[in-house]
Ligand binder design. Structure first.
Ligand code: ASP
Length: 332
């Protein structure tokens, strides 16, 4: 089902995102988006958060618009939150069941896209296991259609990056003074890429990427980050510690990947390993969690964890992004 279409040039994705007036039309990557725009999107997302226990925010800004969720890879949080975000903004939301869609019968992704365009879909939210697919689609859609990247291979997951930095901003004073440690399978993680890009643009003090050597990133993909295979040193005095799942579905050959016990002992985020971070350090995880592998269950459920907060922020961020591309559409 994946990797049928040609990989596109990833270099100019950034320029594809803005329209002639500099407004956000597609969200494909956080790379190349300027700090002001990131901050505006975080501020907009704050506006879509309500007090815990109260009703969620709603508006009609997308009334009359149609959003289609096309998830060609598994998802719980991202898919559910895009669904809720679209509905809470008044849009018609179509969740295409890709397992029963014609792509399973060999239809190309572009034919699927053109079919949805013919049904007057305005926004397509796309997750795919192949690199370059969101930008490839963005180059082929009608002028008024927006494409939102909801997870692209190991390359990018921009709304996750935004919700992560929003969560950090809610708990810490300024990015400049922070040491953020991201721990786990950095090499195959689109979350690590997008969150690192957002943190770098926002001027984070120190970004540390910690993993077994076999799961370390290409240093060129994360300029400015400190890459380490030593957990204790990597999370020493960190303000924020984010654990990542091993992306087994993206690893062809698992040889050299430590077994569960060894991995947890050396790279697991636990009460014990958190002793090396600052006493007020927060614990994050994008989900889905593999408890007892990359994170200790009771830590994930404990007071230092902001993992459910990330989920709540995910809906608000997706509302903010949908609202923004909706306004760009309306101005055309
Ligand atoms: N949910 C995140 C993603 O789609 C993280 C993960 O799957 O481990 O990339």
């Amino acid at each position: 089902m994946n990797a049928i279409e040609p990989r596109t040039d990833l270099q100019d994705e950034a320029s594809l995102q803005l329209d002639a007036n500099g407004k956000l039309r597609h969200l494909l990557t956080l790379k190349g988006l300027d700090k002001g725009l990131l901050i505006d999107m975080l501020d907009d997302a704050e506006g879509y958060l309500t007090a815990p226990g109260s009703q969620p925010a709603r508006s009609r800004v997308l009334a009359g618009r149609t959003v289609a969720n096309l998830f060609f890879e598994a998802s719980t949080r991202t898919r559910a939150s895009f669904d809720l975000a679209g509905k809470r903004l008044g849009a018609d939301v179509l969740n295409l069941d890709v397992n029963t869609s014609s792509r399973k019968k060999g239809e190309s992704i572009l034919d699927t896209i053109y079919t949805l365009e013919a049904m007057q879909v305005d926004v397509m939210v796309v997750r795919d296991a192949s690199a370059g697919v969101p930008a490839y689609i963005a180059r082929h859609v009608l002028d008024h259609v927006s494409i939102l990247n909801a997870g692209e291979s190991d390359v990018s997951h921009p709304t996750q990056g935004l919700l992560d930095v929003l969560t950090i901003r809610q708990h810490k004073d300024s990015f400049e003074n922070l040491a953020v440690a991201i721990v786990g399978d950095i090499r195959h993680s689109r979350v690590a890429m997008s969150t690192s890009q957002a943190l770098t643009t926002l001027g984070v003090g120190e970004l540390r990427l910690i993993s077994p050597a076999v799961l370390a990133p290409d240093p060129e993909s994360v300029p400015g980050a400190i890459i380490s295979d030593n957990l204790k040193e990597g999370i020493r005095d960190a303000d924020v510690v984010m654990a990542l799942r091993i992306q087994r579905e993206r690893i062809g050959n698992l040889d050299g990947i430590p077994g569960i016990d060894e991995y947890f002992a050396n790279f697991g985020i636990s009460h014990e390993s958190m002793m090396h971070a600052k006493p007020d350090a927060i614990v994050m995880h994008p989900g889905p969690m593999n408890r007892g592998i990359e994170i200790e269950g009771s830590l994930a459920d404990g007071p230092r964890s902001v993992i459910t907060r990330q989920v709540t922020n995910g809906v608000a961020v997706r509302m903010a992004v949908l609202d923004r591309v909706g306004k760009t559409m309306a101005a055309r």
